[in-house]
Each structure stands twice: as C-alpha cells, then as structure tokens.
Design a protein around this ligand. Structure first.
Ligand code: IMP
Ligand code: MG
Length: 179
C-alpha cells in the first residue's frame, strides 16, 4: 500500500484489504447466527456504505433483503451539521428486523436524525452495523450494535468513503496525512 493523493490532500495506508474483509466476514457470520429464521431487511446508507454493504451481503447466507437509502451530512472533510435525505425509503419496515449499514459513524448526527423516522414505522427490531466508528467524535450518542473497526478521530478515505466525491474506489482504507 502506498500513499494516495486526492485533490490537495495526501492519505496514508490505514486498514488493508485482508484486514477489512476478515472483519466483515466475521460480522456476517455473527448476523447469520443471530438472525437465523428472521429474514432481516438491511438498510444501507448511500453513498459511502455501498462497498461495505456488498462485502457483508455476499457473506450473509440466511434469507435477507437489502435496500439503499441516501442521507448525507458531509462536505469536504468537515460535517456540515445537517442531514439531507435525497432518496426515500421505499420498503415497508413495519414488523421487520432492520439492520442499518453505515460506512462510518462520526458525530452520530446522520443516524440520530434518521432513526426516529424508522422507529415511527415500528420495526420488529432495529440494529446499527457500521464498518468504522470514531468514538471521540460523538456528539449524538447512539447504540452501535455491530462495529468492525473503532478508529481515532481522523479523516479516512477509501472502500466507499470519499473526500468530496473522490477516493471511494480503493480496496484499502487510508487516513489523512497531517504534516
Ligand atoms: P455523522 O452523521 O457525523 O455520524 O457522519 C456520518 C457520515 O459522514 C458518514 O456516513 C460519512 O459519509 C461521512 N463521514 C464521516 N467521517 C468521515 C471520514 O472520515 N471520511 C469520509 N466520510 C466521513
Ligand atoms: Mg455516509
């Protein structure tokens, strides 16, 4: 793994492909066990979670559905503090076992804003699975049920995560280099 540059910023290797895939498989196995016979509905939050969602879903061997919703709160490397929902939820979540898939939980604002909309529709159960979590960045506390990697409060990129739309297309995850 080498450093990569996106626009004006340099990123250094942080989590390699094998490490990421091993953790995702472990999580899928846990879900296979815990949700056997339940037909969960995965709700993947676009855009960032598409690679995590694909990696996980390929390893889910129980009956399950997946649906994609678009929420966004970031511009550049800073949270804008407000959440824009641009693709609505088309599946019925009432009485379903819901597992939300996020690329990263940072301040918690995105899910904090979105969760009440889901709870209103009375799912049978609601859990959050995230590839990455920055505990030090928490502003809106959330219960995260499944987390692949707890990471420091530094901007990361790759495997679906972007810097102003670019840098999503890597198999590894990189961290912003501070010089
Ligand atoms: P939150 O609402 O502050 O928890 O932020 C959640 C969203 O912000 C994530 O789904 C990402 O799209 C984006 N985000 C947060 N931290 C990072 C990062 O380090 N790199 C890229 N995107 C990030
Ligand atoms: Mg996101």
């Amino acid at each position: 793994m080498n450093e990569i540059t996106v626009f004006d910023k340099t990123f250094i290797p942080f989590l390699d492909e094998a490490t990421i895939q091993a953790k995702i498989k472990e999580l899928a196995q846990q879900i296979n066990n815990e949700y056997e016979g339940k037909k969960p509905l995965f709700l993947a939050i676009l855009n960032g979670s598409f690679m995590f969602a694909a990696g996980l879903f390929k390893n889910v061997f129980i009956e399950a559905e997946i649906c994609f919703i678009k929420l966004a709160s970031y511009k550049g490397t800073q949270s804008t503090g407000h959440v824009i929902t641009s693709i609505g939820l088309d599946s019925n979540v009432t009485n379903r076992d819901i597992i939300i898939l996020e690329d990263i939980v940072d301040t918690g604002k995105t899910l904090h804003t979105f969760l009440p909309q889901l709870v209103n529709q009375q799912p049978a159960s609601l859990k959050i699975a995230t590839l990455l979590h920055k505990p030090e960045a928490t502003v809106y506390p959330l219960t995260i049920d499944y987390c692949c990697f707890s990471i420091p409060n530094k901007f990361v990129l790759g495997y679906g995560l972007d810097y102003d739309g670019f840098g999503r297309n890597t198999k590894d995850i990189y961290q912003l280099k501070i010089d």
